[in-house]
Ligand binder design. Structure first.
Ligand code: FAD
Length: 288
């Protein structure tokens, strides 16, 4: 049962941050409500006030800004699937968003709510890790930039301060000389394992991998970049890297900090990571 609460409707970031300071632990920010209302209905948390931030203008915009892709934290998953900017500049993110949850959740759930709730079985954080995204956190007194690798602390825990809002996700526009893929596997409502692979090639005639990035999500408490698995691929031709990709996938599985849970055992998840790294690498290379 959903207990009674009061709804605050600030129309600026400053006013929302003020309310967070004023009501402390008794209040929580509210965007799409798809996570929040669920845990409140189940009685897992109780808040006397919800601070609805959807009235704050322009926080759902997706645009190109100084060569970077800027995504407002209040953009819904559905808005991201139809964004012309993303379709043109970052189709892998559009594809990932198309497969988040179900149509009802995508319609109202926001990317900011997804990241801030930090539910381990989620997709966007993993892809943002290989994209080198920066998250903008704002409060009454100003704003700061948090590299996505420093954002997720643990399951359901982020590095946002108690009076901060996530306002924007900034992603450097991927270069044309590279490929990117995100794949996930699962048989429950939420993904069991997610893997993102990005490769950047040198610009020369003989193509070799100048940079490889691999991130794993859902397997452990928080998504993580697995640099240990990237190292064997760097400086290799596509053919050489294809021979090494099983090894890299195995390293990624072991480095993923997988834990046994309802989605499967640690060993099972590590194996799925290995399989997905191989497939995502193949896709990324094909798209380059
Ligand atoms: C049935 C179901 C299936 C799902 N499947 C998937 C899936 O396959 N893949 C996947 O990635 N996700 C999945 N999700 C999660 C879904 O993406 C999130 O529920 C949604 O994005 C949360 O956004 P929201 O706006 O509704 O957040 P809310 O519920 O409004 O908020 C969630 C939390 O984030 C905080 N918050 C919200 N916005 C901000 C902000 N701007 N700044 C600071 N804090 C903020 C709130 O205070 C709250 O603690 C699923 C969810 C459901 C219910």
């Amino acid at each position: 049962m959903l207990r009674r609460f009061r709804l605050e409707e600030p129309d600026t970031i400053q006013a929302a941050s003020d309310l967070l300071v004023r009501f402390g632990d008794a209040a929580r920010l509210y965007a799409g409500g798809t996570e929040l209302l669920l845990v409140m209905k189940e009685g897992l948390v109780r808040y006397e006030r919800l601070i609805n931030i959807k009235q704050i203008p322009n926080l759902n915009q997706v645009k190109l800004d100084n060569g970077a892709i800027s995504i407002g934290a209040l953009a819904t998953h559905r808005e991201l699937t139809v964004s012309p900017v993303l379709r043109e500049s970052l189709p892998a993110l559009v594809q990932m968003e198309n497969n988040v949850a179900n149509i009802r959740v995508r319609e109202v759930g926001t990317i900011g709510g997804n990241l801030c709730f930090a539910e381990p079985h989620a997709d966007p954080g993993t892809l943002l890790l290989v994209l080198g995204a920066k998250l903008i956190a704002a409060k009454k007194t100003g704003q700061r930039e948090i590299a996505v690798e420093n954002f997720f602390r643990d399951a359901y825990e982020t590095s946002l301060e108690s009076d901060e809002l996530l306002t924007e996700i900034r992603i450097p526009r991927p270069s044309a000389a590279g490929g990117l893929a995100y794949l996930k596997f699962g048989y429950l409502e939420r993904p069991s394992v997610g893997v993102a692979v990005r490769v950047e090639f040198n610009g020369g005639e003989k193509k070799w991998i100048a940079e490889a990035r691999i991130a794993v999500g859902c397997a452990g408490p928080a998504p993580r970049r697995v640099e240990e698995a990237e190292a064997p691929l760097k400086g290799k031709s596509i053919q050489e890297a294809t021979h090494l990709i099983d090894e890299a996938g195995g390293i990624a599985g072991r480095a993923s900090q997988a834990i046994s849970d309802l989605h499967g055992s640690q060993e099972y998840k590590e194996h799925i990571v290995q399989v997905l790294v191989k497939r995502a690498f193949q896709q990324a290379v094909q798209k380059s």
